[in-house]
Design a protein around this ligand. Structure first.
Ligand SMILES: C[S@@+](CC[C@H](N)C(=O)[O-])C[C@H]1O[C@@H](n2cnc3c(N)ncnc32)[C@H](O)[C@@H]1O
Length: 368
């Protein structure tokens, strides 16, 4: 848990990103965006003590001022790295406007909303100390809490999946239809869903009639979320969820995995679902899956080629890794993203997203 000097007293400071805490924080009743940015550039955070709605307006003004200007890069990898660097530099400045959360997880500011339920959703515990939190993250928690309650409609389930802050959401769910189309291995009774996130793939496997499924995730928030979704959907008799690195200590007829897609360093716990340095999980998965697969079993690997369009992986890498770890592709299904971001020309990575294809590879052990 990080601390920083606030009014000359060490105070608890929470930040979901991997940013270093500021040197110190000063209290102001209300002030301008420029003043907060100026302090931020000197590594000093500002704790807002005035009206909550005014704080939100100042935050919007800060965002406008520090937003990076879109630059056209011809090299895709440079575009990706520059985009992420600009995002983290912007986030660092934006996160310098703080609010003080009271011991009862409320804000003691004029016109502040009730934030207790949103914070309990994130921290899952009742905190006994006050702490400082970037206002921008608090607004993110409030938005995520609303989404958690509302849920994401999943056509393939004919139901909703509810996802709290910090868990990968199947909101851009084209890949889910691939899972429903893939041909199940004959007599498949037992499956694993490795890196289950919200539990959506485990739920779809249950819906497809697989009798027993074990879903794993290293993220405790994901394991909890998956458990809740599975129970709500009525699949608890078929699916058990465990907090576990990769595989359970067992063997299955079918192993499904949708690993993080991009080989890069995550900058927050939330990003660990998307970014994985050097494709570490993918390698570990491909290396270890054979020992957990029953005879005639199959692996369903869901993977997008976005990393290839960004120059983070070459076209030959995946076939080479599959070969190296003893897999052959029996068949594959593919889809293209339908979400707006793929066609948003303001997004500096739109050139790559527009060309992205997501695959479901059916893998079987190579006969030696
Ligand atoms: C792209 S998300 C997929 C989530 C979900 N299966 C889906 O398709 O919507 C990747 C998930 O893998 C999990 N993960 C990453 N490394 C892992 C590991 N070594 N073992 C288990 N889960 C892992 C992440 O926490 C995240 O929930």
């Amino acid at each position: 848990m990080a601390t920083l000097l606030y009014q000359n007293t060490p105070s608890e400071y929470r930040n979901e990103s991997t940013q270093k805490p500021p040197r110190e924080a000063i209290a102001v009743r209300e002030t301008s965006a420029d003043h907060i940015i100026q302090n931020a550039r000197n590594n000093i955070a500002t704790v807002w003590q005035g009206d909550f709605h005014n704080a939100k307006q100042v935050l919007s003004a800060i965002k406008k001022r520090v937003q990076p200007k879109p630059k056209h890069e011809t090299d895709p990898t440079t575009a990706f790295h520059k985009h992420r660097l600009a995002q983290s530099q912007t986030a660092r400045l934006v996160n310098m406007l703080l609010v003080e959360i009271q011991a009862d997880l409320q804000l003691n500011l004029p016109r502040a909303p009730n934030i207790q339920a949103a914070l309990l959703d994130v921290y899952g515990e009742h905190n006994s100390e006050k702490f400082l939190l970037p206002l921008n993250q608090l607004l993110g928690f409030i938005g995520a809490h609303e989404w958690h309650k509302k849920g994401v409609a999943i056509a393939e389930l004919d139901d909703k999946i509810h996802v709290p802050f910090g868990v990968f959401s199947p909101i851009r769910g084209e890949y889910l239809s691939l899972l429903m189309q893939a041909k199940q291995p004959e007599n498949a009774q037992f499956a694993f869903d490795i890196g289950t996130g919200s539990g959506v793939l485990a739920a779809l496997l249950a819906k497809r009639g697989i009798a027993k499924i074990i879903a794993t995730d290293t993220n405790p928030r994901a394991a909890q979320c998956a458990r809740e979704n599975i129970a709500r959907l009525g699949f608890s008799a078929q699916v058990s969820v465990i907090e576990q690195d990769l595989f359970p200590d067992d063997m299955a007829d079918l192993i499904v995995c949708n690993p993080p897609w991009l080989p890069a360093k995550p900058t927050s716990a939330v990003e660990t679902a998307l970014y994985d340095p050097e494709h570490g999980m993918l390698h570990a998965f491909l290396r270890g899956a054979a020992a957990h697969l029953r005879e005639n079993g199959r692996v369903w690997l869901i993977l997008s080629d976005l990393a290839e369009h960004l120059g983070l992986r070459s076209k030959d890498d995946l076939p080479h890794w599959l070969d190296k770890y003893g897999w052959e592709i029996e068949s594959s299904l593919k889809t293209t993203p339908q979400h707006n971001k793929a066609h948003d020309l303001r997004d500096p990575l739109a050139f790559a997203r527009a060309r992205e294809t997501t695959y479901l590879f059916v893998l079987k052990k190579k006969v030696l």
